[in-house]
Design a protein around this ligand. Structure first.
Ligand SMILES: CC/C=C\C/C=C\C/C=C\C=C\CC(=O)SCCNC(=O)CCNC(=O)[C@H](O)C(C)(C)COP(=O)(O)OP(=O)(O)OC[C@H]1O[C@@H](n2cnc3c(N)ncnc32)[C@H](O)[C@@H]1OP(=O)(O)O
Length: 280
């Protein structure tokens, strides 16, 4: 059975955790075949808070260091939402020190995912804007559920902010320069068929087949000897990652200046208010 391949690892935000005696991320070692599942669970929308980013990095590090694991399926535990992207409340009305800590955590997660030695397959079972899309773009392969609500893309410009150069590079490396330029400037969120057409995802399948498809794809990738695949991945990705590694502090300073501007704070607040008012 395909499911027998899978081990479970759940990332949760502390505020939604059961008693503190339980560890934040649960890593069970029952699996024998070396595939783990990281399920993002930060209801209601799997926003990437500082805590979730940090926990994600720790979980990945554990998996990287545990040689029984060779692949990870990244998916969501929140129905209909893969991830709403970076937690906007982390970028509004906080201190400079907080912004710096938050942005370093965003950088760290991107670097860990993008350069991971593990095979990463995104099983995208929900809408996936901005940072949510970025997570999937760092994976080696993307399977998207065929639901017209499950848009995916880097929509930063629609919030009045700018996708940083390494977000942009990740998209360019996936869909090519022209598609990326248009998608980034317009802040396009692609429905499944369009996402497949432009190469933002590799496969679109019925919703109930996302997980099994991700497992089949994983088996195909794991059939390749690790050392050859890992070196090839590094050849393809390291130049892009190195551009950030060489200027991480400058990138943080740039983010601080940008996000602290009154005009940017105003845009982010207005966007959050719009989201909150949607209900009422
Ligand atoms: C070198 C660097 C230099 C320069 C670069 C500078 C800056 C870069 C800056 C930013 C980069 C940002 C990347 C991002 O990821 S920004 C996040 C973008 N995300 C979005 O646009 C998605 C917004 N959310 C939605 O569209 C919807 O919520 C949804 C489709 C995901 C889900 O819709 P639902 O109807 O199911 O749920 P809602 O009622 O809308 O939301 C429930 C609840 O959650 C709050 N919320 C939603 N998204 C976020 C978020 N991203 N962060 C924080 N909170 C979020 C929403 O407000 C509701 O809250 P309340 O229950 O009303 O309190």
């Amino acid at each position: 059975m395909a499911q027998d391949l899978v081990d479970g690892l759940l990332i949760k935000a502390r505020s939604h955790l059961p008693p503190p005696s339980e560890p934040l991320g649960k890593l069970s070692k029952r699996d024998r075949k070396g595939v783990a599942v990281i399920k993002l669970k930060n209801p209601p929308v799997n926003s990437l808070s500082l805590e979730v980013l940090t926990e994600f990095v720790i979980s990945l590090e554990k998996l990287e260091n545990d040689k029984t694991f060779r692949g990870v399926i990244v998916t969501s535990d929140c129905p209909g939402i893969f991830s709403a992207g970076l937690d906007l409340t982390e970028m509004c009305g906080k201190s400079q020190a907080h912004y710096a800590e938050f942005w370093r955590a965003v950088q760290e997660l991107w670097l860990r995912l993008y350069l991971s030695n593990l095979v990463l397959i995104a099983a995208i079972n929900g809408v996936s804007p901005a940072g949510g899309c970025l997570i999937s773009l760092t994976c080696d392969y993307r399977v998207l559920a065929d639901n017209p609500k499950y848009n995916i893309g880097l929509n930063e410009t629609l919030l009045g902010v700018v996708a940083p150069s390494w977000f942009k590079d990740t998209l360019v490396n996936t869909v090519g320069h022209r598609t990326a330029e248009r998608a980034l400037q317009l802040g396009l969120l692609f429905p499944p068929a369009e996402a497949l057409r432009v190469g933002m995802v590799d496969q679109v399948v019925p919703e109930d087949q996302v997980h099994s498809t991700a497992l089949s794809v994983m088996a195909q990738w794991l059939a390749v000897p690790d050392h050859a695949r890992q070196l090839t991945k590094s050849l393809m990705r390291k130049p892009t990652a190195d551009r950030l590694v060489k200027q991480r502090d400058a990138d943080i300073q740039y983010f601080l200046q940008f996000v602290s501007r009154d005009s940017i704070q105003k845009s982010l607040r207005m966007y959050l208010d719009k989201l909150r008012q949607k209900k009422g």
